[in-house]
Design a protein around this ligand. Structure first.
Ligand SMILES: C[S@@+](CC[C@H](N)C(=O)[O-])C[C@H]1O[C@@H](n2cnc3c(N)ncnc32)[C@H](O)[C@@H]1O
Length: 224
């Protein structure tokens, strides 16, 4: 696992390690190495798969694993730098013996430049860290440079789904994307952004949000 915490675009401020790994999760890290990718593996992945979905910050992997199980003809790349959740996800990948998923166990911004242009069908970014304080807004993942990068790697008509339950981040995301004319917000009515899209599964953070009486929103932006 890469433990560097800087990258070309800034610094990674989230957690990379939490509490001590359980025996099972240590076992998953040891045995799940076949799922972990390096930059050098990307050429083969992009040459052999046409329909690739990228999930950024998969957390405990609920959406990533359920999506991969439901859509065996799609290929999934999951990115998350947090060791404890990566271990949990590897454990599930091993348990279900999934063949259509690989994991980048690091900051997504450290690999995005290596993705070919027009190569990704769809991106999921579910409940990214909100960094609500104004002084921390540069830590939010959705920034102009990030939007430009994902625009390049998405296929024509490809889309990004961003879920958040945080009002400050909702406004931030809408403002950033609406300023970028090459993306179209697909919502026709409030129903479209108030309910989880049919191709997304409930995650730990969505459950937490509902328990705490917050209202998640799902924004889908399509590359024009
Ligand atoms: C609030 S959690 C949400 C997890 C999951 N998507 C869910 O809905 O339950 C945010 C996740 O994004 C990951 N993350 C934060 N910054 C990231 C980055 N630069 N690249 C990839 N993942 C990142 C964190 O490690 C964490 O697992």
């Amino acid at each position: 696992m890469n433990n560097s915490n800087t990258n070309n675009n800034g610094i990674f401020y989230g957690r990379r390690k939490g509490r001590k790994l359980s025996k099972l999760n240590k076992w998953a890290i040891m045995n799940g190495k076949k799922y972990i990718i390096k930059k050098e593996d990307l050429a083969v992945i992009f040459n052999t798969n046409n329909k690739i979905i990228l999930e950024i910050g998969f957390g405990d992997g609920e959406n990533l694993i359920n999506s991969a199980k439901t859509n065996p003809k799609l290929f999934y790349i999951g990115a998350d730098p947090f060791l404890n959740t990566t271990a949990k996800c590897l454990n599930k990948l091993l348990m279900f013996n999934l063949k259509n998923v690989v994991i980048w166990p690091d900051d997504i911004r450290n690999i995005l430049n290596y993705f070919p242009y027009n190569s990704i069908l769809d991106i999921k970014l579910l409940f990214p860290d909100p960094w609500p304080k104004t002084k921390h807004q540069s830590r939010r993942l959705v920034q102009n440079a990030f939007i430009e990068k994902i625009y390049k790697i998405l296929k024509p008509s490809g889309s990004i789904t961003i879920a958040t339950d945080h009002d400050i981040l909702k406004n931030w995301v809408l403002e950033k994307f609406q300023r970028y004319n090459e993306f179209e917000w697909t919502a026709q009515s409030s129903k479209d952004w108030k309910s989880r899209p049919i191709d997304c599964f409930k995650t730990k953070y969505e459950s937490k949000s509902i328990l705490q009486n917050r209202k998640p929103s799902w924004f889908i932006f399509k590359k024009k």
